[in-house]
Design a protein around this ligand. Structure first.
Ligand code: GLC
Length: 560
């Protein structure tokens, strides 16, 4: 950027093509970045209360810089009663006291920038917390008031209004409506919550709601945020008639409605007013590719998470078809594909890949089935190399780089996820992928909290993680951590691995084999037998030892 400005000023001529290209590439950092997801609550606890915090993250920024990532996405860090781990926000312009202060966030953003790391924050526009000032005001106000118009309040059905206004179910289980009571205890209207009752849905037909969120975006862009991850991005607008789902209404009354796009066009204008390097990234679970890519027209979002890739089984044909489809649908809208293996909502992929059924379904139906952790780990190594060789941006969820597995045996009384509560335990929920990171030492808290901390980590860490700490893995060339460090370094240095085309090579069945740039070739063996390697000058990186010069099952190699 500075370079371009200097040149422009001195010569009063437009920048040369090279300089302009470099500046464009820097502005479009989100097209090819390796983005590390920090789940603050479980990353590093600086003050010993058993919960991770922003000073904890600040202390570990050198670790992240050395890992070789270019951006961090933080899960919501705002004041929250934590009914849904911070996705119930009470104040969009402050920091949760357990995590720190606004000054901590400012310092963290500045220090990340000094290390060349971009900062993506999480904005939750579909709903807030029931403790948010606007919802409290709505509860205190009368039916039909402007305060209630910022949410979805409706009278109940039935003679005494004791039935919910429609048949919608909460995504976390149970009805999507809760009835409120007046101060004297008389039952009143119902309000809509697509998630937990503590997460009332905003009414996006309200101009006040629209103006408020545009202002929240500016608040964080002003503080230096480089990108926004938009939570539940396709759910914001609702059919004002609120029809029963049983009546099979078309279009869907709250998923991916056409009128949601206006919102993102307005957000894009806000982002562009900051000079074009601020990214909007959607959490979109939309199966129809046509509808999915609609969000990336050049006046809306920049990119989105690739959930079909995450959900895919460890199967060459399935992965190949997801990769092809991803590239095919992103190309016409000039959006970068993204590749993600895990996040804070899904079973960790070491565990998924170690099960008989290696695909992932949001109902977590495979939970508790036998897991071969060794096999899952071996596949996770190969999957990381596959992922980092694909064109576009990649996501790393904290702990992926350590090969952490899903903690399935958390005692019921310690589980925190509302999904567990609201499904009466039939769905175990997401706590198992949110367990605090092991940094060092032989026993819990594994350096997550300072020595002698009064509180235990908010979720218990398994004793078996003693072999997976950052300390143990550092310097061990066979560790997952060193594989990630090497792969991310090569990915950054090899221009052929940046955003750009890929070419499939003819290969044996159940083998993925493709070339990036002029000379970098990635071969992944998902078959049950070892396969021969194509001609090569050099092995750049490998996930496992070769066997008599052959690539063994569930292994990957980068060749030149
Ligand atoms: C998104 C988040 C998830 C959260 C939900 C409700 O799916 O990733 O963690 O529970 O939205 O905000």
């Amino acid at each position: 950027m500075t370079q371009v400005e200097d040149k422009g000023l001195r010569t009063a001529e437009p920048p040369t093509a090279d300089v302009a290209d470099a500046a464009d590439a820097a502005a479009a950092w989100w097209r090819s970045a390796a983005i590390y997801q920090v789940y603050t609550r479980s990353f590093a606890d600086s003050d010993g209360d058993g919960v991770g915090d922003l000073p904890g993250v600040r202390a570990k920024l050198p670790y992240l810089a050395a890992l070789g990532i270019q951006a961090i996405w933080f899960n919501p860090w705002y004041p929250s009663p934590m009914a849904d781990a911070g996705y119930d926000i009470a104040d969009y312009r402050d920091i949760e006291p357990v995590f720190g202060t606004l000054a901590d966030a400012d310092a963290l953003i500045a220090e990340a920038h000094a290390l060349g790391i971009k900062v993506i924050i999480d904005i939750v526009p579909n709903h807030c917390s029931d403790r948010h000032a606007w919802f409290q005001a709505a509860l205190a106000a009368e039916p039909g008031s402007p305060e209630r118009a910022r949410f979805w309040f409706r009278p109940g059905r039935g003679e005494d209004g004791s039935l919910p206004p429609n048949d919608w179910q909460s995504i976390f289980g149970g009805p999507a409506w809760t009835r409120v009571r007046a101060a004297d205890g008389t039952p009143g209207e119902w309000y809509l919550h697509l998630f937990a009752p503590e997460q009332p849905d905003f009414n996006w037909t309200s101009p006040a709601v629209r103006a408020e969120f545009e202002d929240v975006l500016r608040f964080w862009f002003d503080r230096g945020a480089d990108g926004i991850r938009i939570d539940s991005a396709a759910l914001l607008t609702k059919d004002p008639e609120l029809p029963d789902l049983a009546s099979d209404p078309r279009p869907h009354p709250y998923e991916d409605r056409d009128d949601v796009h206006e919102i993102y066009r307005a957000w894009r204008r806000v982002a562009e007013s900051y000079g074009g390097d601020r990214a909007l990234i959607g959490e979109l679970w939309i199966p129809d590719p046509e509808r999915f890519t609609h969000y990336f027209h050049d006046d809306e979002l920049h990119s989105a998470f690739n959930f079909p890739y995450l959900c895919s089984a460890w199967d060459a044909a399935e992965l190949r078809s997801v990769i092809d489809a991803t590239i095919r649908i992103h190309a016409p809208v000039d959006a970068p594909p993204t590749w993600v293996l895990s996040n804070h909502d899904v079973d960790r992929h070491v565990t998924r890949y170690g099960r008989a059924d290696t695909s992932f379904g949001m109902d977590r139906r495979e939970h508790g089935r036998p897991v071969d952790v060794e096999l899952g780990t071996r596949r996770a190594r190969a999957a990381a190399m596959l992922t980092f060789a694909l064109p576009g941006a990649v996501y790393v969820y904290q702990g992926d780089e350590l090969g952490l597995w899903e903690v399935e045996g958390i005692p019921s009384e310690l589980r925190q996820d509302p999904i567990w509560q609201r499904t009466g335990g039939t769905d175990p929920g997401r706590d198992g992928c949110r367990v605090p990171l092991p940094w060092s030492g032989q026993a819990a808290p594994f350096g997550f909290s300072p020595a002698g901390a009064p509180a235990r980590p908010w979720l218990p860490q398994p004793a078996g993680w003693s072999g997976l700490t950052v300390e143990t893995q550092t310097g061990d060339p066979r560790s997952m951590l060193e594989l990630y460090r090497a792969a991310l370094r090569i990915r950054r240095e090899e221009t052929g691995l940046a955003d750009g085309p890929m070419r499939w090579m003819p290969s044996a069945e159940a083998v993925l084999d493709f070339v990036r740039g002029d000379s970098l070739r990635c071969v992944v063996n998902l078959s049950a037998a070892a396969v021969g390697l194509p001609q090569h000058r050099e092995i750049v990186l490998q996930s496992a030892d070769l066997v008599e010069g052959m690539l063994p099952p569930d292994a990957a190699v980068w060749l030149r």
